[in-house]
Design a binder for this molecule. Structure first.
Ligand SMILES: Nc1ncnc2c1ncn2[C@@H]1O[C@H](COP(=O)(O)OP(=O)(O)OP(=O)(O)O)[C@@H](O)[C@H]1O
Ligand SMILES: [Mg+2]
Length: 782
């Protein structure tokens, strides 16, 4: 039989038509010797015929029935690749069945199944494992790898028995090695069949290797888990004994724990706890008393009790309802902001009349550093209430609001419960800072939880997961702040009364600095007794050349920096110094006003636009240039969809008015127009760049430069009408700060200018209705 594997002789020796023996839970591989019990008459008949002839049969495994129920198997359940086997012995059993001992010879593919009432046969073609792809070197390497792996597995005592390797080491032939290993593996029918169906020796060896590798990894993991559980059992037993010992020692030493328990007990009876909280606290305390004091669980229980009993139950501060005092206080803290202060005083008056009236939540919105957070604090001061600030920037997790579940040691209540505890009263002012920066993630939607907190219908019994009892948040006064209202979800926004703050003009900044920032900075740096002072023109220098912002945060920082420079100078030289425009660069470095100049050069295709951003207004230059091409419009600079449409509208306007502007038609066919908006950090979308884009486009096409003394904002309709825009105050402020004297504004925005007289001082505001007017102003003659 040794020569069979060479494959050449097989075809002659194996008849093309063989009786089938289905095997139910075993796949027989070549070289395997297996006893089979056969009861089916039809099959026994086939066998008996064959006994007298070539003694060969085909073994075909049956699919495992999918519902795991054994029933009669049918022809369709049989796999189409099986093993031709030799009948070694047949033994008739007394009750009619037969027992056969067979040996696998070679794999074979079923070409056709021939079945009638009498018999079950198949026409087969043997499969030769060593075909053209056979590579002796490759097989050698594979065998070597396989043997190494087998050795490893055998060493760990799994899968293979003790004699296995001894026998294996005596086999040379790769196919026999494979079959020998296979016959010792614990394969399911599917796995075995998969390996049986491998067409080449290379694939077969790979398949075996992968399977063994997988098995080994599996058993490693199992072993690891087993040893870990063993360890942890040992450890917890040890801990238990130690804990018992500690308990005994503590008993000897006097009762530390008793003190703690008494303290909790005292609090439970003394505090003005609502019934629910009292019951919960009592329950938790009982559990704590029963728990071993050093266990994890005791820590969790203790922390929870500390939170529960640490809340300012029943503690209320009395409101100061004097509007006069409030007015004084607001004026003392903040310069200007008259309109805003009025709104705050109205708000406080309503509350003074009816403390639990359903006043909306105030939300201060505006650019950075204009005093939103500090106004919130002032409201707390006016009312004489405690104050706590919650920063919501980057809160993505719902449990930051609703609290973590109490199951682990580091769990904490949500931010609002924390705020109330830290503020020390049930009715603090809670500043919800940066409410627009709250995020959403897969860990729930914190803004939905926030809505619940802010809803007067629900917040009198807010349930925090950690605290585990309902808590009354309705006496808190919430004040929110935001930079960008557009990112706040609708329902949340509806719940708030928005108070819009704008940036400050240079004059306002000067007054704020003189009246507030300088004194505050001196206090902070301990310079009250010194003659630190900044002259107006020094402050102006700081404002225009060292800061570039809508608010005064940077300015405040620069002033503080000067205070520390002053202090250092004094400590080093024992005399005081005076800051002047001349020596400022010595202390603060060179002035940073270079960008202003770039707005001032008349260029072809470059227009000063005005943009609104959550951080204030910006001057944004639009550039357009013609390049040889084929009439395409190229847009770069990370523009949004609306901006792209505006560019197209500008292009169409230029085409429609080509003759009036003397534009050569060739420009639309032989050139591409490239429009670019530099300043990568500014979000660029919205329609308000319409007339700016148009100016750049026409400038590029006519070759006439744009007057750089102008800045503009306005949406453009296809027919050349200039439509109104938003954020006018911020935009005008930006133009002013950048030294641009002429500002083109849609006439339909005229109403927005009312009350902005101070802002308009020194500016030439030009109201326009038609695109033509814009171009008349900014397109310079050739
Ligand atoms: N009108 C003002 N008068 C006096 N000080 C002011 C005024 N506006 C702002 N400030 C001061 O400027 C600093 C920054 O203000 P604040 O922190 O309230 O800004 P904000 O609007 O909350 O900014 P952000 O959006 O960056 O949080 C504070 O020290 C504040 O007191
Ligand atoms: Mg703030």
């Amino acid at each position: 039989m040794e020569n069979k594997k060479k494959g050449v002789l097989l075809d002659q020796e194996i008849p093309m038509i063989l009786p089938i023996i289905p095997t139910i839970d075993v796949v027989v591989f070549p070289h395997m010797v297996v006893p089979l019990l056969i009861l089916d008459e039809k099959i026994i008949k086939g066998l008996e015929q064959q006994q007298d002839e070539t003694r060969k049969v085909l073994l075909l495994a049956a699919h495992q029935p999918s519902d795991n129920q054994s029933g009669p198997i049918s022809i369709t359940d049989l796999y189409k690749i099986g093993t031709v086997a030799n009948i070694m012995r047949i033994m008739n059993l007394p009750d009619g069945g037969v027992k056969v001992l067979i040996q696998g010879l070679v794999k074979a593919q079923v070409d056709e199944i021939l079945s009638d009432d009498e018999s079950l046969h198949a026409r087969v073609t043997p499969i030769n494992l060593t075909d053209d792809t056979f590579n002796e070197k490759h097989v050698e390497v594979q065998i070597k790898q396989l043997l190494t792996l087998v050795e490893k597995i055998a060493a760990s005592g799994k899968i293979f028995g003790p004699d296995f390797q001894v026998i294996l080491s005596q086999i040379q032939d790769p196919e026999r090695i494979a079959d020998f290993i296979l016959s010792h593996m614990n394969l399911t029918v599917e796995q075995a069949q998969q390996l049986l169906e491998k067409r080449t020796i290379h694939q077969l060896l790979d398949g075996i290797y992968d399977y063994l590798q997988h098995e080994m990894e599996l058993s490693n993991v199992q072993e690891k888990i087993r040893s870990e559980t063993r360890d942890s059992i040992n450890k917890s037993q040890r801990e238990y004994y130690l804990r018992e010992q500690i308990k005994a020692i503590q008993k000897e030493l006097g009762d530390e724990d008793e003190n703690e328990f008494n303290e909790f007990r005292r609090k439970i009876s003394d505090l003005q706890l609502p019934e629910e909280a009292r019951i919960e606290a009592g329950k938790q305390l009982k559990r704590l008393e029963k728990t071993s004091p050093d266990s994890m669980e005791a820590t969790v229980l203790r922390n929870h009790l500390e939170w529960l009993l640490g809340m300012p139950w029943g503690v209320y501060t009395k409101d100061n309802t004097s509007i006069n005092d409030a007015k004084k206080l607001l004026d003392a803290h903040h310069f200007g902001l008259d309109e805003i202060k009025e709104r705050i005083l109205d708000f406080l008056s309503v509350r003074a009349l009816k403390a639990d009236s359903d006043v909306p939540i105030l939300c201060f919105a505006g650019p950075a550093g204009v005093g939103k957070t500090s106004l919130g604090k002032s409201i707390a001061d006016c009312l004489g209430r405690n104050y706590f600030r919650i920063a919501l920037g980057g809160v993505y997790d719902e449990s930051e609001i609703r609290g973590h579940r109490r199951t682990y040691v580091g769990a904490l209540p949500g931010r609002f419960i924390q705020a109330v505890r830290k503020s020390g009263s049930m009715n603090p002012v809670i500043i919800i800072d940066e409410i627009d920066k709250i995020g959403m993630s897969n860990r729930g939607d914190p803004s939905a939880a926030l809505l619940e907190v802010l809803d007067p219908e629900q917040n009198h019994s807010f349930y925090d997961n950690y605290l585990g009892v309902h808590f009354d948040l309705s006496k808190c006064l919430f004040v929110a702040t935001a930079n960008d209202l557009s990112t706040i979800q609708g329902p949340l926004r509806d719940r708030m009364e928005i108070i819009q703050l704008s940036g400050y003009t240079s004059d306002e900044k000067l007054s704020i600095a003189k009246n507030h920032l300088v004194t505050r900075a001196m206090k902070k740096t301990g310079l009250e007794k010194h003659s630190f002072a900044l002259a107006d023109n020094t402050l102006e220098d700081l404002i225009t050349n060292y800061t570039r912002e809508s608010g005064v945060r940077d300015l405040e920082r620069q002033i503080q920096k000067l205070c520390s420079k002053f202090a250092r100078y004094y400590v080093e030289n024992k005399t005081e110094t005076i800051f002047t425009k001349e020596n400022l660069p010595e202390f603060l470095g060179p002035r940073r006003n270079a960008s202003e100049l770039t707005h001032r050069m008349n260029k072809i295709g470059v227009t000063n636009g005005l943009a609104w951003t959550p951080f204030g207004g910006e001057v944004l230059q639009v550039e357009a240039v013609l390049i040889p091409g084929s009439g395409r419009l190229i847009l770069t600079g990370q523009l949004g969809e609306v901006m792209k449409e505006s560019a197209q509208a500008a292009m169409s306007y230029a085409k429609a008015h080509a003759i009036a502007f003397g534009i050569d038609q060739k420009i639309f066919t032989d050139y591409d127009l490239h429009i670019h908006l530099p300043a990568g950090a500014i979000p660029k979308d919205g329609p308000s760049a319409g007339i700016t884009l148009l100016s750049s486009v026409l400038s590029a096409m006519t070759g006439r430069a744009i007057n750089a003394d102008f800045a503009m904002t306005g949406e453009l309709s296809l027919h050349g009408t200039v439509l109104p825009i938003g954020g006018l105050k911020e935009k005008i402020l930006a133009a002013k700060q950048n030294g641009l004297k002429n500002v083109i504004v849609p006439r339909r925005n005229a109403n927005d200018l009312i009350g902005l007289d101070r802002l308009q001082e020194g500016l030439n505001i030009i109201l326009v209705e038609e695109a033509e007017e814009v171009l008349n102003h900014v397109l310079m003659p050739h």
